[in-house]
Design a protein around this ligand. Structure first.
Ligand code: NAD
Length: 227
């Protein structure tokens, strides 16, 4: 049997960090060898891990990318809410190491990306498209990274037209995304609801297994899932 994949987890004390630790307990092919949070710094990021998973904060991303490139470690990046400059640091780093960068690691949301693209093409421009996303009241970024990605996918089918996104921040909602296609006399609605962070955590671990040994480059969850 192969030795378990060694993971270094950044943002370990957060909601996602805890969900990833819990999911890792159930995965005998993987072990978390180091947990890093805000006060720890990145000096603990060494060659003793096989892959780095980061679900922390957008402000940490440039330093995380630099440390991963320095130690030649692949990165699974789940953090959202980046500025254009922060995104550029990810793109530049992906010229040196493999990075899976996804606004959403759930299987269902990645299926939603595919279905929404297909629906937009089938229904055409006579249908108005609106995106609604709902999350817990402490989520830092709005709109969500997933809603922005949905808007990007749908805009590609409409000559780059910017699409409206409505954000709801309330209670403890884990994450809902809805695309409404409204035409004359009919309406199609595609909705995904995450009821537990376990789905993102299991997706991130799947990406961690997948990214090891891949050539340098920027990958999406659609690449991991082969969609
Ligand atoms: P959270 O606030 O509960 O946790 C973030 C953790 O990161 C905290 O423990 C915080 O102390 C730590 N942190 C802050 N700065 C740090 C630094 N410089 N170095 C190391 N650790 C640091 O947030 P969360 O709900 O766990 O979400 C974390 C991120 O993941 C957010 O950007 C969120 O939008 C994103 N997210 C992505 C997905 C996905 O599928 N891609 C799913 C859920 C959440």
């Amino acid at each position: 049997m192969n030795a378990p994949v060694r993971v270094l987890l950044i943002g370990a004390n957060g909601r996602m960090g805890k969900a990833i630790s819990a999911a890792a307990e159930a995965d005998s092919g993987l072990t978390i060898v180091a947990r890093i949070d805000r006060r720890d710094g990145l000096s603990g990021l060494t060659n003793t891990c096989d892959v780095v998973i980061d679900f922390s904060t957008a402000d940490a991303t440039a330093a995380v990318c630099q440390a991963c490139a320095e130690h030649d470690r692949p990165l699974v990046l789940g953090t959202t809410g980046h500025t254009a400059a922060q995104k550029d640091s990810v793109t530049e780093t992906a010229e040196k190491i493999p990075i899976v960068f996804a606004a959403n690691f759930s299987l269902g949301v990645n299926a939603l990306f595919v279905l929404a693209r297909r629906a937009a093409i089938l229904l055409g421009e006579d249908f108005d498209v609106e995106i609604i996303e709902s999350h817990h009241r402490t989520k830092k970024d709005a709109p969500s990274g997933t809603a922005k990605k949905l808007a990007e996918i749908l805009a590609e089918t409409r000559g780059g037209k910017e699409l409206p996104i409505h954000s709801v921040r309330a209670g403890d909602i884990v994450g809902d995304h809805e695309v409404i296609f409204a035409g004359r006399g009919e309406r199609l609605e595609l909705t995904h609801r995450a009821s537990s962070r376990e789905t993102f955590a299991r997706g991130a671990l799947r990406a961690a297994h997948w990214v090891i040994g891949k050539p340098r480059g920027l990958y999406s969850m659609e690449n991991v899932l082969g969609l």
